[in-house]
Design a protein. Sequence first.
Length: 96
Amino acid sequence: MAKSIVTDYRHICFFCGGPAECEHHLLFGQGIRQLAEEDGLKVPACNQCHNMGKTIGRIHDNPMAERLSKMLGQAVYESKVGSREQFRARYGKSYL
Ligand SMILES: [Zn+2]
Ligand SMILES: [Zn+2]
């Protein structure tokens, strides 16, 4: 399993600071999650912040939070991995 390139604090929920229970891949969807895994574009999360809390307080199924997640994923990619053109080729589109 790849290491997160977003944060070194893998036991702390990236969103609320509580104990982490799972990982959220900043880029996700059909065929995309695996790419994010390979690139380390993921963050530790608690289940409530990830996909089990109220919609307004979690990432998944919360449209603006999902969009911001992908934007952050691309921003980190561009700062640590490759260019915007490389991101677009790999992930199929640009979120920035
Ligand atoms: Zn949390
Ligand atoms: Zn997730």
